[in-house]
Design a protein around this ligand. Structure first.
Ligand code: RUQ
Ligand code: CUA
Length: 634
């Protein structure tokens, strides 16, 4: 064996040992002590330690057939989807297509999904970042999860009873929706989201080369209607956002106070801002008709720029290019994460009414600015007074004591840093169980690491990212799981399972397919019983039922050139019996859940015989669940 191979082998053995120890840790249970790799005679202290570790490991183990304690909603980043994970197992339970196009469910292909996508029905990709659940009185209410699409400037809503996207909205007159959070109190009346990039207004070809005329806006959506409520013009580029626990304020980190276009230009100032929005005073102005509109859009717009010196906004200077914006679950603070500065800035929400009343200056609202390490991006809380900040450059999570950090800012000599834990590698967002609500329970922290490097078997030039689960229930943070993920969990939220009540079957009057049902009615078709072909010029609507293992029709005839809509109603009332419909050679594929109606439209442009079949495994005779579309020559 040459020297090089030897060193590689030694290296791998070293890593192998540490990995085995790690796997042992998650294998848990009775195997725990043995899995530690402690051999020979143990001292009583070693034994106690080993037993402790085994108990600790067992606590996080979710055995076969056991259910997780938490639902996690993960953004799928530029894959455009949302994923549901179970915690602490970190098993992926489901994928919810949102801004992507998805083959198994037919999302983006079916008539129902195209209607939901509305004006962006033809857009096939997206970049999902921030999933957040609706709340009532600062607590998750299990109704909706909202998520932004930075790429196409959209916001979508997922209904948590069926775990499907039910609304999508393109935000007018801004580009790249980034930060998104919900109003927490009294309930999620609004979704707040940031327009990041500055553009000419309206962006119709004017002012192309005059960036001084560009601006972006803070956007407020009516959560129930999923329509724009209002927009606020701001200075700089908005990054992340969060809301308070009084219902009055929202805040957003804001970079590029220089309003430059190139990287060098955007980095000149030492400080950028945390912009605070007084939602109540904006609402009041709009009610009183004090607003403008932009271009063709009818959305009320108010001017919250610094020089407008309005009652709508305050610009609190913070070290340059802040990134994450997080509200502490006790409702006391907004925390702006430094990114380029090793600090985070703590803003007292209680002082904000005085700031807006002109009684104090902007920097007086700041009560702490602890130095934490390199590249602080996002902060999470445990409800016990501790904060956990990701350090992107240091590849660490730093646990710190909020009260002590404030004491230090007031000149007291205290150590506010409690622990630094290595994560693997370069963490962006992190999230604690229930941590963005009053119910923050301090059990687990997830660190969404952007690079996995050597943590998993290599998969070619493109590697998985790494979602790491950390036990924070004790004094010390403990890493308990590595979870490889595909592009790219920007953010997640973790909700106790008691808050989410998904349905087992669809109800026949579900609004997601209401328009399809209405069309059937216009065609004189009763979806639950009829199997019929309706011809309407060269548009053909084929209605059929499905009940395992049969489609209501084993063949239907159309003419070459017809536009064919196949509409299927799944009569099965059995939990978990989903059928599929796939039409060979026509790019048509969809899911039909139990008791649901789904439809898909395609052009029959070639004469011949085309088989359709069920592609969701439903029955012992699933393979036989099929039929023929006969296309006659025109
Ligand atoms: S951002 S890595 Cu899109 Cu939430 Cu911070
Ligand atoms: Cu129906 Cu497979």
């Amino acid at each position: 064996m040459d020297e090089k191979t030897k060193t590689i082998e030694q290296e791998e053995t070293k890593k192998g040992i540490s990995r085995r120890g790690f796997l042992g840790a998650s294998a848990a249970g009775a195997a725990g002590v043995a899995g530690l790799g402690l051999t020979g005679v143990m001292t009583p202290a070693q034994f106690a330690q080993a037993a402790d570790k085994a108990r600790h490991d067992a606590k996080h183990n979710v055995g076969p057939g056991e259910l997780d304690e938490y639902y996690g909603f993960w953004s799928g980043g530029h894959s455009g989807e949302v994923r549901i994970l179970g915690l602490p197992s970190m098993r992926e339970l489901m994928r919810i297509p949102v801004f992507n196009t998805e083959s198994a469910t037919g999302w983006g292909l079916t008539d129902e999904s195209k209607r939901i996508k509305g004006d962006s029905a033809d857009v096939l990709c997206g970049d999902a970042h921030h999933p957040h659940m609706s709340m009532t009185d600062g607590r998750y209410d299990g109704k909706y999860v909202f998520i932004n699409d930075k790429l196409n400037t959209r916001v979508a809503r997922i209904r948590c009873d069926v775990m499907k996207t039910d609304k999508m909205l393109t935000i007018p007159n801004v580009q790249a929706i980034h930060g998104l959070r919900v109003q927490k109190v009294p309930h999620t009346k609004y979704v707040f989201c940031n327009g990041e990039f500055r553009i000419p207004q309206p962006n119709d070809g004017r002012d192309l080369n005059d960036p001084t005329k560009y601006f972006t806006m803070f956007n407020v959506i009516d959560a129930e209607k999923m329509e724009m409520a209002f927009q606020v013009i701001v200075d700089g580029n908005l990054d992340n956002t969060d809301a308070d626990y009084t219902g009055r304020f929202a805040a957003a980190t804001c970079y590029n106070s220089e309003e430059g276009v190139t990287l060098a230009e955007t980095m000149r100032n030492e400080r950028d801002w945390l912009v605070v929005f007084d939602i109540h005073s904006i609402e009041k102005a709009i009610k009183a008709g004090k607003f403008q509109t932009i271009g063709d859009s009818k959305v009320p717009v108010v001017d919250g720029r610094k020089k407008a010196n309005s009652a709508y906004t305050k610009y609190i200077p913070v070290p340059k290019s802040p990134h994450g914006c997080n509200t502490s679950p006790d409702g006391e603070y907004f925390v702006a994460n430094g990114k380029l500065s090793p600090t985070v800035t703590i803003v007292s929400i209680k002082k904000l009414p005085d700031l807006f009343a002109g009684k104090i200056k902007e920097r007086d609202a700041i009560v702490g600015e602890p130095e934490l390490g390199l590249g602080p991006l996002h902060t999470a809380f445990d409800g016990r007074g501790n904060a956990y900040t990701t350090l992107f450059l240091d590849s660490q999570i730093v646990k710190w004591d909020v009260k002590k950090a404030i004491e230090a800012y007031n000149g007291k000599k205290v150590n506010y840093i409690k622990q630094k834990l290595d994560v693997h590698y370069q963490p962006g967002h992190n999230h604690t169980t229930m941590g963005e609500t009053r119910d923050a329970d301090g059990k687990y922290l997830v660190s969404l690491c952007k690079f996995s490097k050597d943590r998993f078997l290599p998969t070619g030039p493109l590697r998985a990212e790494n979602d790491q689960l950390i036990d924070i229930s004790g004094e010390e943070m403990k890493l308990v799981h590595d979870g490889p993920t595909f592009a790219e969990p920007h953010d997640c939220m973790i909700v106790h399972r008691s808050k989410v009540k998904p349905k087992k079957l669809w109800t026949r009057d579900d609004p997601i397919f209401a328009e399809t049902v209405a069309q059937a009615k216009r065609d004189g078709v009763t979806l639950e019983t009829d199997n019929k072909v309706i011809r309407d010029g060269n548009r053909v609507r084929v209605y059929m039922t499905s009940i395992a293992p049969n489609f209501g029709m084993t063949e239907f005839n159309v003419k070459q050139g017809d536009t064919v809509t196949v509409c299927i109603t799944n009569l099965d009332q059995v939990e978990d019996v989903t059928h599929g419909f796939a039409m060979c050679q026509h790019g048509a594929s969809m899911e039909i859940g139990p008791q649901a109606t789904s439809s898909i439209t395609f052009k029959a442009d070639k004469p011949g015989v085309f088989w359709y079949y069920c592609h969701w495994f439903c029955h012992a005779l699933h393979m036989e669940m099929r039929g023929r579309m006969i296309v006659e020559k025109a």
